[in-house]
Ligand binder design. Structure first.
Ligand code: ZN
Length: 201
């Protein structure tokens, strides 16, 4: 595992409504807030990009039950539930990417309906290290879209949690990402790579 100047960190949906007390609770989703903060601090302190993607729905979003969708209302723009997790430490220069803004599109991926790919290319970024919620939904969709856009995608698996909390669902999602060309790393391996990068940069 190596990091280069064209690497960036992408954190997905680490928002209040996806934490265990929220309407779209991801089991043990709170466990990744600390590791995600450490990763963000590590990337930022080495001059590497940090991107936070957030679900940012209008109140009439088509994924909500009262609109015929599968989910309870969540991450409605400018509400408390749409805020990033309280303990998530966000570097000052982080990019915020809002997704799911179109009421008619259930965009789980950070690339869907956003300018993320263009901004990454404009910044010369080729490799994305990704962590967040949930492994089998927004994270997976973002990884697959990122690969299709030509980016190298590295899943930081232990800094993600699955929507059902079931290991088999998680494993199937990771398997699919690997099959499509993603790589998998751990927070420890990424921290080691950050240390090596600092020594050579
Ligand atoms: Zn959503």
């Amino acid at each position: 595992m190596e990091l280069h100047a064209d690497s960036a960190l992408l954190l997905v949906d680490i928002q209040r409504d996806f934490l265990p007390t929220g309407p779209q609770a991801v089991p043990r989703g709170d466990e990744i807030v600390g590791p995600a903060s450490e990763l963000a601090a590590g990337f930022s302190s080495h001059g590497l990009g940090v991107v936070l993607a957030r679900d940012w729905h209008p109140a009439n979003h088509s994924s909500f039950r009262d609109q015929g969708g599968p989910y309870l209302p969540h991450c409605i723009q400018d509400t408390h539930g749409a805020e990033f997790a309280d303990d998530l430490e966000i570097p000052e220069d982080a990019w915020i990417i809002s997704k799911g803004v179109d009421p008619h599109e259930d965009a789980r991926s950070a690339f869907a309906g956003t300018d993320l790919a263009q901004r990454l290319r404009a910044d010369g970024i080729r490799t994305l290290f990704i962590a967040g919620l949930s492994t089998d939904r927004s994270v997976k969709q973002t990884v697959l879209d990122g690969l299709a856009e030509g980016f190298e995608m590295v899943l930081i698996a232990n800094a993600c949690r699955g929507s059902s909390g079931q290991a088999s669902t998680n494993a199937a999602a990771v398997e699919e990402m690997l099959r499509k060309g993603a790589r998998v790393a751990s927070t420890g391996a990424v921290q080691d790579a950050l240390d090596s990068y600092a020594a050579t940069a």
